[in-house]
Design a protein around this ligand. Structure first.
Ligand SMILES: *[C@@H]1O[C@H](CO)[C@@H](O)[C@H](O)[C@H]1NC(C)=O
Length: 352
């Protein structure tokens, strides 16, 4: 079974390459092969997931009608071939723990529109919409980072939610694909942002200095951006954010983030991917959210095989940030103890 998939994968990748060949001069072949393979392999992935059970609203829920209904909880995630299993598990976990699962509306950002069929067949009753994100939109802005996975264009889709999503969407919860929610998502939805544009758990004990280079801190014109911020600036993780899209659009935050990415292209001011521009724009201006909503770092460092423990306190969301991913570790039969908490949400059909 596996070899048939591989073979068809190679054939279709080769076909796409042939079709695309006139445009190949503009980018390195390795990259071209990578992007074309993702669009063809997803078709063979159609049957790789079990159908999710159907989750119904409790009696207390109001019936919601469509994406612009004001009682809807909006959740945005990216879907790509590498993290697909994670995204599907995240959706599954949200539905399972929500009191009103049918009132959650999912916004999936993809660079491969064929994934829409996969979502539909895995979650037949899901309220969702798929938006195409053109990788070319950010490619020229991405500089190489310490981890290759951080350079994927879809990592930057969160910068553009305010323009990608339906204009009637006023607030959205953005979630990474390597997490599961183990509480009612409506509790996170109802958090007050006050006058702030985004909310996220903050970590003020983390060493903020290390997220930027010495040349950044040495340049007062650049690092001066943090002076005068009354709260913080504190580190926050951009994998879980509540975003006020009305304010975001009004104050043009997408452009502000892009400006920092442009500076990074010419003078290296940080080493990570999509996170530092967010810190530059928002650190110190974030509405704090309880830490239970982002128990992060569970991915640990796969290279040394280190397993992380939970931070003290209650848990509403488990986040395998870091280079290790639970589905890879479970498949290799070398899981970390906490990976067992991810496994129940996995809908991947293992070959029998
Ligand atoms: C924070 O990180 C910077 C840069 O890595 C380092 O020079 C500094 O000593 C650290 N500060 C603390 C309090 O650990």
């Amino acid at each position: 079974m596996q070899w048939i998939l591989r073979l068809s994968w190679f054939c279709s990748a080769a076909m796409v390459l042939i079709v695309l060949s006139p445009s190949l001069q503009s980018f390195p072949p390795a990259e071209a092969i990578k992007s074309s393979s993702s669009s063809s392999s997803s078709k063979s992935q159609l049957n790789l997931f079990k159908k999710s059970p159907i989750f119904h609203n409790a009696d207390v829920c109001t019936t919601t009608r469509g994406v612009c209904d004001s009682s809807v909880v909006h959740v945005a995630l990216t879907l790509d071939v590498d993290y697909l299993r994670g995204s599907i598990a995240a959706v599954h976990s949200i539905l399972q723990h929500a009191t009103c699962p049918q009132s959650v509306f999912f916004h999936f950002i993809v660079s491969d529109t064929s994934l829409q069929t996969l979502v539909k067949s895995t979650f037949p009753k899901l309220n969702f919409k798929v938006y195409y994100f053109d990788p070319e939109k950010v490619k020229y802005l991405i500089s190489s980072s310490v981890r290759h996975a951080l350079e994927q264009p879809l990592n930057y889709a969160r910068n553009y939610l305010a323009e990608i999503l339906d204009p009637c969407v006023k607030r959205v919860i953005y979630l990474d694909s390597d997490l599961v929610v183990v509480d009612d998502i409506s509790k996170l939805w109802e958090i007050r942002l006050n006058e702030k544009t985004i909310g996220a758990p903050e970590y003020c004990h983390a060493n903020f200095t290390k997220y930027f280079t010495t040349s950044f801190w040495g340049n007062k014109k650049l690092s001066g951006t943090f002076s005068g911020r009354v709260r913080g600036p504190c580190y926050f993780n951009t994998g879980v954010m509540v975003m006020d899209l009305v304010k975001w659009r009004r104050f043009g935050y997408t452009r502000r983030i892009e400006k920092w990415m442009e500076i990074q292209k010419t003078s290296r001011i940080y080493e990570l991917g999509s996170l530092p521009p967010f810190l530059l724009v928002f650190a110190g201006h974030v509405a704090p959210i309880e830490h239970r909503w982002n128990q992060h770092g569970l991915g640990g460092d796969n290279v040394v095989g280190s397993c992380r423990d939970l931070h003290p306190g209650p848990v509403s969301l488990l986040h395998w940030s870091g280079s290790g991913k639970p589905w890879l570790r479970l498949d290799s039969r070398k899981p970390c103890p906490l990976d067992a908490l991810w496994a129940p949400y996995d809908l991947y059909k293992h070959s029998e």
